[in-house]
Design a protein around this ligand. Structure first.
Ligand code: ADP
Ligand code: ZN
Length: 731
C-alpha cells in the first residue's frame, strides 16, 4: 500500500482514534501540514482526543463541517511496520482498531506539552574535600561524558544518597540545570564482556548471534533446564542486537520479580534497561514510550504490553518463560504476547528467542515441524545438578486432620533446617482457606456477584472473591442460617500452611510469598532479595515463586498438593501441571548443593505424575502431542471461544441459541460449534456467562468465519460478546 508521506495544510486526512467508535474520522491537516502516521490531537464532539493520521481523508462527510487537526504531538510518527502489526494483530484476534491503538498508546500524557525537570551533569569546579561517595558520583558523570541524569538516576548509579549530589551542586562540582522531562536513557555498553560461557552455552549463543547478523526474521526455541544459563545465552543475542544499533525487547511474565534480572542486565551492559510494566510511574511510562519511538531506549524489559511500544528499529524479542500462561491477556483485547511477538518480529525483520525449561506444546510442535529453530542446553551450569524427584504417597502417610505437611516431608524440612539450607513449600492457593463452611447448616460462603466461593484471607481479616476481587469482613454469623460461631475454614491456602509451619517448626524463620500479601511490587522485590540472601529457612509460596528466581541456598522443594492442577477438564491440565511441577522443582539445588523435590500426591501412578518424576520431557511431549493430534486439538487443530454475558441470564442464552442456529458461516468451513452452555463460572461481577466453543481444522481461515458468524448477533444493550481466538482458559 503506497501512502503519501506528508499531507499539506488543509488537506483531508483520515484519523484513527483510540475512542470506541468503529470508523475512521476525517480532519483537515493543520497549519504546517502533518506526516503520515503522525500522532495528533483532534476535536471529537466537545473533547480533544488522541489519534493517529492513518491515510488520506475519505471525503464521505459534509466537507464544510470537517474540522482541522488541533495539534501534532511532539513524538515520533507511527511507522508503517507498527501500523501493519496493529492491523494484522487486530485481524487475528478480532479486536477493533481503536482498541489496538489503545494498546499502542498506553502512556499517559502523550499529548501534554513538553515539561521541564532538574537534571545533573558534570560541573566545572573541583571538589575540595573528596569522599568515596563523591568520587563515585564523579566517576559516573565522567563515564557517561556529556549525559545528564535525574537526581534519582545519578544517586542510584553512584550508590549514594541524593544529599551527596546536592552537596556537590552547592560546591559547583556538579551542575544542576533544567531540561525537558523525557530524557534519553543511558547507553548500553556492548563492548563489555559477559561471563565466560561453557561450550554448550557458547555454541547456543554463537548460533543466536549468527541469526542476529542474518538480519531477517527467525524464531528460535531455546530450551534449557532451569539453571542451565539460558539468560546468559540470550543476553549474548541481546548484545549482538544492540551492537548492530538495533533495539531489543525482553518480555518476562511476572515483572514484579525482575529485580535480580535487572541487576544482571546492568552488570552485563553497564546501565539499567528501560522497564515497562504496571509498576512503572506515569512519567516514566511516557518517557519510555517516547524514547523507544526515537530509538533512544535500546533495551526494554517488560510485561506483555511492551510488545506494543513504538520501537524504531526492533531487532530482537526474547520471550522468557515462554510457556507462561500470563502471556495471554485475558481482559479486553485477548492476545497471546508470545504469538504476537512472532508476528511483530516477522513484520519487523527481527529475531525471536522463546526461552523456557518447559516449553509450551505449541512451541515444541513448531520446532518439530521445522518452523522454529531449536537449541538445547541440557546441563545445569557448573556443578549444580538437577534435583532428584520423588513422590510422597499421601495414602500411606499418617496425616492429622487440619495438617497438610506429611511426616516424611516434615522430616526432610527438619534436615535442611539443621544444615542451614532453605526449603520451599509450594501450594498454588492464595489466602488462608479456599472455602469457609458453616458447621450448623453446611452451606459454604459464596460471592454475592459470582458463582465462586469466598476465600478467607486471614492476614487481611477478610473474605475475598478471586473472580471479581470483592471482599467482605469475615462474618460472626452464617449468612445462610444465622447461627453464630460455626463458620470453619476448609482446606489449605498459603496463609494457613504458614500457621502449620510455625507450629511444626517453631524455631524456623519463615516467609509467605503470595501476590496479595505485598502492598507493592517493591515490597515483594525486597522480600525476594531477603530470601536470596538466605535470611529465611522456609519459604511458603504460590506460583509466584515458580518463576525464574535464583535462591542459592534452596535445596528442598515440597509440593503440598501435586494433584491440584490435574482436576478439572482443561485441555492443558496435563501440560500445565507438568510445567509447573518441573519449574517449581527447578528452584532446588541451583548452587553447589544438590537439591531434592518431594511431591505429595494421592495418585503416584497417574501418567502425568509419573512423567514429572521420570523427567523424560521428550516422552511426555510426544505422548501429549499424540493425544492432541488424535482429538484434533491445538496445536493440531484450531479453537475459538465466544463468551456471552448479560445481567439477565436469558439474554445471554438466547444470543447463544441464535448463534447455534445460524452457524452457516462456520459449517461452511467445516468448523464444529459446541454450546451454548453455562460457563464453569456461570456468574462473574453480577453478569451471567454463557460459552460457545468452535473447533476447526488447522488450515481453516477461522477469523473471517468467526467475524461473520458473530456479526449476525442483534445488538442488545445488556449483551457483551467477547471472542477468544486460541483460548487458553475455559472458565
Ligand atoms: P536459566 O535462565 O537457564 O535458569 P541462568 O542464566 O539464570 O539460567 O543461570 C543460572 C545461574 O548460573 C545464574 O546464577 C547464572 O549467573 C549462573 N551461570 C550460568 N552460566 C554461567 C557462566 N557461563 N558463568 C558464570 N555463571 C553462570
Ligand atoms: Zn465475585
Amino acid at each position: 500500500m503506497d501512502l503519501p508521506s506528508h499531507y499539506a495544510p488543509g488537506e483531508l486526512v483520515s484519523v484513527l482514534t483510540a475512542q470506541p467508535i468503529d470508523r475512521f474520522l476525517d480532519y483537515r491537516a493543520p497549519a504546517n501540514g502533518c506526516a503520515q502516521g503522525a500522532f495528533v490531537q483532534v476535536p471529537l464532539g466537545p473533547r480533544q482526543v488522541l489519534g493517529v493520521v492513518w491515510g488520506p481523508g475519505q471525503g464521505n462527510y459534509d466537507l464544510s463541517k470537517i474540522r482541522p487537526v488541533t495539534r501534532v504531538l511532539d513524538v515520533a510518527p507511527m511507522r508503517d511496520e507498527m501500523r501493519e502489526f496493529l492491523i494484522r494483530a487486530g485481524d487475528y484476534t478480532l479486536t477493533p482498531m481503536s482498541a489496538m491503538l489503545r494498546l499502542a498508546t498506553r502512556a499517559p500524557g502523550l499529548s501534554d506539552p513538553p515539561s521541564m525537570q532538574k537534571v545533573y551533569r558534570l560541573g566545572d569546579k573541583d571538589m575540595d574535600r573528596m569522599t568515596d561517595a563523591r568520587r563515585r558520583v564523579l566517576a559516573v558523570l565522567e563515564e557517561y561524558g556529556g549525559l545528564s541524569f535525574t537526581l534519582k538516576e545519578l544517586s542510584d548509579m553512584a550508590g549514594v544518597s541524593s544529599s551527596v549530589v546536592k552537596g556537590m551542586v552547592a560546591a559547583g562540582a556538579v551542575r544542576e540545570e533544567q531540561a525537558p522531562r523525557d530524557l534519553p536513557y543511558p547507553r548500553m555498553d556492548t563492548d563489555r564482556r559477559g561471563k565466560p560461557l561453557t561450550d554448550s552455552q557458547a555454541a547456543a549463543a554463537a548460533r543466536l548471534a549468527e541469526g542476529m547478523r542474518e538480519g531477517t526474521y527467525g524464531t528460535t526455541l531455546l530450551r534449557g533446564v532451569t539453571g542451565s544459563g539460558k539468560t546468559e545465552v540470550y543476553l549474548e543475542a541481546v548484545a549482538a542486537c544492540l551492537a548492530q544499533g538495533r533495539q531489543a525487547l525482553v518480555l518476562l511474565p511476572e515483572i514484579a520479580l525482575s529485580e535480580q534480572f535487572l541487576i544482571r542486565v546492568e552488570q552485563r551492559f553497564g546501565a539499567k534497561p528501560v522497564e515497562w510494566h504496571s509498576g512503572v510511574t506515569m512519567t516514566e511510562r511516557r518517557r519510555a514510550w517516547k524514547m523507544v519511538g526515537q530509538g533512544e531506549a535500546q533495551l526494554v524489559i517488560g510485561a506483555r504490553s511492551a510488545l506494543f511500544l513504538p520501537f524504531r528499529d526492533l531487532g530482537l524479542i526474547v520471550v522468557d518463560e515462554e510457556h507462561d500462561t500470563s502471556y495471554k491477556q485475558e481482559d479486553g483485547a485477548l492476545y497471546s504476547a508470545r504469538d504476537m511477538s512472532v508476528l511483530r518480529a516477522s513484520i519487523a525483520g527481527a529475531r525471536v528467542v522463546l526461552a523456557s525449561a518447559t516449553p509450551s506444546l505449541e512451541s515444541w510442535a513448531n520446532a518439530e515441524a521445522g518452523k522454529y529453530e531449536r537449541l538445547d542446553l541440557d546441563a545445569r551450569f557448573g556443578t549444580a545438578v538437577l534435583p532428584t524427584m520423588k513422590a510422597i504417597d499421601l495414602r500411606a502417610e499418617r496425616m492429622e486432620p487440619g495438617r497438610w505437611i506429611s511426616p516424611t516431608l516434615a522430616s526432610a524440612v527438619q534436615t535442611r533446617i539443621a544444615k542451614g539450607e532453605q526449603s520451599l513449600l509450594f501450594l498454588n492457593r492464595r489466602g488462608y482457606a479456599p472455602v469457609t463452611v458453616c458447621r450448623a447448616c453446611g452451606q459454604n460462603i459464596g460471592c454475592d456477584h459470582c458463582d465462586a466461593w469466598m476465600v478467607e484471607h486471614r492476614f487481611q481479616k477478610r473474605l475475598m472473591c478471586h473472580q471479581c476481587g470483592e471482599t467482605k469482613p469475615i462474618p460472626e454469623a452464617c449468612p445462610s442460617c444465622g447461627v453464630e460461631g460455626k463458620l470453619a475454614p476448609i482446606g489449605p491456602g498459603v496463609e494457613r500452611l504458614g500457621e502449620e509451619v510455625a507450629a511444626v517448626f517453631p524455631e524456623a524463620r519463615m516467609a509467605v510469598l503470595s501476590s496479595d500479601l505485598f502492598g507493592s511490587a517493591r515490597a515483594l522485590k525486597e522480600a525476594i532479595a531477603e530470601i536470596a540472601e538466605g535470611d529465611i529457612d522456609i519459604i511458603i509460596g504460590t506460583q509466584l515463586v515458580a518463576k525464574g528466581h535464583n535462591f542459592p541456598k534452596l535445596t528442598l522443594v515440597g509440593v503440598i498438593d501435586a494433584d491440584l492442577g490435574l482436576q478439572g477438564a482443561d485441555l492443558r491440565a496435563a501440560e500445565r501441571t507438568f510445567q509447573l511441577m518441573r519449574q517449581v522443582a527447578g528452584r532446588a539445588g541451583r548452587a553447589d548443593i544438590p537439591g531434592e523435590a518431594l511431591l505429595q500426591t494421592h495418585q503416584p501412578d497417574h501418567p502425568v505424575i509419573r512423567a514429572i518424576l521420570d523427567g523424560d520431557e521428550e516422552a511426555f511431549w510426544q505422548a501429549e502431542a499424540e493425544a492432541r493430534r488424535a482429538a484434533g486439538m491445538p496445536p493440531y487443530g484450531r479453537l475459538a471461544a465466544v463468551i456471552l454475558s448479560a445481567t439477565d441470564p436469558q439474554t445471554a442464552f438466547r444470543a447463544g441459541q441464535d448463534l447455534a442456529r445460524n452457524a452457516m458461516p462456520l459449517t461452511k468451513v467445516s468448523a464444529q460449534v459446541f454450546g451454548p452452555a453455562a460457563a464453569p463460572i456461570a456468574r462473574v461481577r453480577g453478569r451471567h456467562r454463557v460459552r460457545m466453543l468452535v473447533k476447526a481444522g488447522k488450515g481453516v481461515a477461522l477469523q473471517a468465519a468467526m467475524a461473520q458468524w458473530v456479526g449476525q448477533l442483534r445488538p442488545d444493550k445488556d449483551l457483551r460478546v467477547s471472542v477468544d481466538i486460541d483460548p487458553q482458559s475455559f472458565f
